[in-house]
Design a protein around this ligand. Structure first.
Ligand SMILES: Nc1ncnc2c1ncn2[C@@H]1O[C@H](COP(=O)(O)OP(=O)(O)OP(=O)(O)O)[C@@H](O)[C@H]1O
Ligand SMILES: [Mg+2]
Length: 257
């Protein structure tokens, strides 16, 4: 093979080396190393307490690791706060989604980086019109359908709220999106829309790390599957060349074969 066509798929966007995180005597993440490629969907699976959330919290700057190294496009980064992760192009969708119920869709998408205008040339004011226009552009670009932009997000469904939170991430120049159990509380149809959106992100070269207990979703969506047990990375397998049984065995017994 010439390899030219596979260039994009093999570009490393993130590299994690020997990451450790303990809570007291418990090693929640134990010497974990792996790479994330550009535009891939990497599923992270494992039993309750395997260390998945602890690992992604370290990658999202939500909870710094005790030791280890994280590189983004070949450069080491220190992710001490979510702001650091933001600057490195890592966006994280936490379980609570971080939306403000009383605000509408554009206000939530632009939360914390609101656009301003000046009336009479000097009095700063929120530029609602421009935030709305840019939100519509963004939603169209990613094929997201949200009919009621002016409603407070508290009135949206679970799936729609999820979509707003994802849109918020996409507004930035994000390289890696991390999602901790994004489909857990959604109905079938809403879950399918989120799956479509994740596939759309991949098509645009964004890498997605997604934690899920739903192996059906994982096999539908992921390019590779990383399995954790007792804080350790058991292994990473290509979805196309494994089976559900094999992944279940990895989760249960903590061995590759
Ligand atoms: N803040 C904390 N303080 C002490 N121990 C913690 C803390 N957070 C997690 N742990 C422990 O670390 C281990 C890994 O937890 P983690 O939340 O990362 O697991 P998980 O794989 O995300 O599980 P789940 O699938 O249930 O979400 C568990 O034994 C958990 O009890
Ligand atoms: Mg978890």
């Amino acid at each position: 093979m010439s390899g030219g066509g596979t260039q994009v798929a093999t570009t490393k966007v993130m590299r994690v080396v020997d990451l450790d995180k303990s809570y007291g005597g418990l090693r929640a993440v134990d010497s974990v190393s792996f790479d994330v490629y550009r535009g891939e969907i990497l599923a992270l699976v494992g039993d309750n307490g395997a260390g998945k959330s602890t690992l992604v919290k370290a990658l999202a700057g939500a909870q710094p690791p005790d030791s280890g190294r994280i590189e983004i496009e070949g450069r080491p980064v220190q992710l001490r706060t979510p702001r650091d992760a933001d600057a490195a192009g890592i966006g994280c969708l936490h379980q609570g989604l971080g939306l403000v119920d009383a605000l509408n869709v554009p206000e939530n998408v632009f939360l914390g980086r609101e656009l301003q205008t000046k009336i009479l040339g000097f009095i700063p004011q929120l530029d609602h019109r421009r935030m709305r226009e840019r939100t519509i552009e963004l939603l169209e670009r990613f094929g997201i359908n949200l009919p009621r932009l002016n409603d407070a997000v508290v009135r949206l469904s679970g799936g729609q709220r999820q979509t707003v939170a994802i849109s918020r991430l996409l507004l930035q120049d994000v390289r890696v999106v991390i999602m901790d159990e994004p489909m857990a509380a959604l109905g079938v149809e809403e879950g399918r829309r989120v799956l479509d959106l994740v596939a759309n992100m991949r098509a645009r070269g964004i890498s997605v790390i997604v934690i899920s207990h739903n192996l059906e979703h994982v096999f539908q969506l992921a390019d590779r599957i990383a399995v954790m047990k007792n804080g350790r990375l058991v292994g990473i397998v290509e979805t196309a060349s494994t089976t559900r049984d094999a992944v279940v065995r990895m989760i249960t017994f903590g061995q590759l074969h």
